[in-house]
Design a protein around this ligand. Structure first.
Ligand code: 5AD
Ligand code: SF4
Length: 389
């Protein structure tokens, strides 16, 4: 086979590349047609996008994704605030600095009062309307504790509360919904069963997906997705990840690049190329035209403000800023130095910087659904970020 390839004449090679160009043009036409009819692309097209290497071609597909975002969800970007209230975790995920096996980490747990005060201050001082309450899988907070926290935040702020607390039983999630939580950030981490088992010893992929299903059925706005850049993932896996997000009924994506942590078994693993993450964002937008795509903290951490712009121009439409109190946030060490870089911690400077990036990309901060809390899928997909300050 290799010999045959080597024996191709120049003329044959030209015919080959002309065919390739014709194939590319045909595919771009197909992507444009689907975008203009607001139809999501399928797995074959997703895979084709992920396989492209030519920067000019990727720019072209990116502008189709950006146009679709503008057409369907407008030129507005949202900011979600994230409060990391405990770094205790009972799990031992191979990639994560919070894993129970990491004895070197200083652990913390915020009290209910501290969590509620942090959220209320962010609403009062900065105008936040959406929070993610995140922790490791910390069963020290009972169902009643969590219900109390959610209820107090919801009653006093009427904000959109996302939970990112991992696997808890269905009754807990139901009670939290009734208390006022309306969203969950719950990554399936990878669509590959084999890789999932390697990364999460003794934990079931099936159980993970079962959770995702019941969370959707309970009525939560679901944000899900993979961690990308783990050894063993391929473009085929990523295409499956994207179709898995689509099939889960998620209204928002939560995905990010893996960053090696020195105190984990994956300390020496390499980091994914940002170009791959950009193609992932493009494919997400084209596969799920209305979905919310945040530029997550790991992307900013690795590649800074430039990547924030690239991501926004490739179909992303939201940000995450960190609201965890100083003094503990340094210990939310999922990957090294996560909350030490100022870039994604909420300060006036970061806020201005994010606003500047939006402006440069032709977007503005979404001013949201007003003071009344009436959340429909439609309202969520077009907005709900912050009060005007
Ligand atoms: N690098 C990047 N993301 C990580 N996560 C955990 N460890 C890492 C790491 N080393 C992600 C997981 C988890 C989310 C809270 O953080 O995907 O779902
Ligand atoms: Fe715990 Fe989540 Fe880290 Fe896994 S990824 S160890 S569940 S905090």
């Amino acid at each position: 086979m290799h010999e045959l390839r080597g024996a191709l004449s120049e003329g044959e090679l030209e015919v080959g590349s002309a065919k390739q160009i014709m194939g590319e043009e045909k595919m771009i036409r197909a992507l444009r047609a689907k975008a203009s009819s607001r139809q999501g692309i399928d797995k074959e097209e997703i895979l084709w996008i992920l396989d492209q290497e030519d920067p000019a071609l990727i720019d072209e597909i990116s502008s189709v994704a950006n146009g679709l975002r503008e057409d369907l969800v407008g030129n507005q970007a949202c900011i979600h605030g994230i409060i990391e209230f405990s770094n205790f975790c009972r799990r031992n995920c191979m990639y994560c600095g919070l894993r129970v096996g990491n004895n070197g980490l200083k652990r913390y747990r915020l009290s209910a009062d501290e969590i509620v005060e942090t959220a209320e201050a962010a609403v009062r001082d900065y105008g936040y309307k959406m929070f993610v309450l995140q922790s490791g899988e910390d069963l020290d907070y009972s169902t009643d504790d969590l219900v109390d926290i959610v209820k107090r935040i919801f009653d006093s702020t009427k904000t959109l509360i996302f939970l990112s607390i991992g696997e808890r039983d269905i009754t807990t999630y139901r009670k939290l919904y009734l208390a006022g939580a309306r969203g969950v950030l719950f990554r399936f981490e990878t669509s590959s069963l084999e890789l999932y088992s390697k990364m999460h010893p003794g934990v079931s992929h099936k159980e993970r997906l079962k959770h995702l299903k019941f969370l959707k059925e309970t009525g939560y706005i679901v944000a899900t997705g993979p961690i990308v850049g783990l050894r063993g993932q391929t473009r085929e896996t990523y295409a499956d990840d994207i179709t898995m997000i689509r099939d889960s009924g998620a209204l928002m994506v939560s995905f990010g690049p893996f960053i090696p942590h020195p105190d984990t078994p994956l300390a020496d693993s390499p980091v994914i190329d940002p170009a791959e993450v950009r193609k992932f964002i493009i494919a997400l937008r084209l596969a799920m035209p209305r979905i919310r795509i945040p530029v997550t903290t790991a992307m900013e951490h690795l590649w800074g403000d430039d990547f924030r712009k690239v991501a926004l121009r490739s179909g992303a439409n939201s940000f995450m800023l960190n609201l965890t109190p100083a003094g503990v946030r340094e210990n939310y060490d999922i990957y090294p130095g996560k909350n030490i870089q100022p870039g994604h911690v909420h300060t006036l400077e970061t806020f201005d910087c994010v606003m500047g990036i939006m402006k440069e990309c032709g977007m503005e901060l979404c001013r949201g659904f007003g003071l009344e809390f009436e959340l429909t899928e439609e309202v969520f997909s077009v907005g709900c970020s912050m009060d005007d300050r």
